[in-house]
Design a protein around this ligand. Sequence first.
Ligand code: HSE
Length: 308
Amino acid sequence: MKKVRVFAPASIANLGCGFDIMGLALDEVGDILEMTAEEGDGITITNLTDVPLPDDIEENVITPVIRKFLEMTGQKAKIDVRVCQKIYPGSGIGSSAASSAAAAYGMNELFDCPLSDEEMVVCAMEGENLASGGYHADNAAPALLGGIILIRGYEPLDIIQLPIPGNFYCTVVHPKIMVSTKEARKILPKAVPMHDAISQWGNVGGLIAGLYSGNIGLVGRAMRDSVAEPYRKQFIPGFDELREKILASGSMAMNISGSGPSVFSLSDKRETAHRAGEIMKEHFDSRGIKCEVYVVKVTNKGAKLLAQ
Ligand code: HSE
């Protein structure tokens, strides 16, 4: 029997303009799984946290990730998973991706690393598909590989690691309202008007240029979303008003994190990031919505082994 204990971090997907193609890994927050492989067949998942998870393993994102790994590598084994730490589902900071990435990474470690980074991302996307009804890697890839990630293409998967400017602080607020990624994807229109597409690809280019040149002002200007935010902001009470307050307090940008309801802002100073956190908290408190606020730096580290 072989056993591993693995961690995969939370992540922010989309980064404003990069719907389904950009994301970054956050330090500190994340999922921890203990996984064992032994001779036999079947999957068991035990939840040791107080975060509610489905009892049926067919509804847990970890299951399709394990199955995909076994299929891709031609292995057969009995896999037991213990969920030891879990980001709250529906939070908008990549809860399903953290479990999926940890499961893919853990399986690879259990079987002596037969899969490449891209192949592990392919496995992790199976979990994302179960959770959201779509294959996207903008949470799963940063959760596995760390840093700021661009998915240049999906067929085949082409993942590009982008530079992290030194003065890059994110403030994330998780208001306790439930927005399921599935629903938040369903409300998006199937076609994007040319005018919005032009503004979106201009911003993606600007964001990449800003990251490479370390120009946080440009990064902030480019973190604009004409594709998903206009439809999704209705789920976040007072979204436009909050953004006005955040930008007036010196932050460079504020956007929905992934499909929401979490919101994140970008600052080039730690103090500004903390001020943004206070404003976000006041905003949701005054509406009777409980929230959690994190001020975080982007981490280079993705999924990793932990001591047992
Ligand atoms: N890119 C995905 C979406 C991320 O916006 O639906 C989900 O967290």
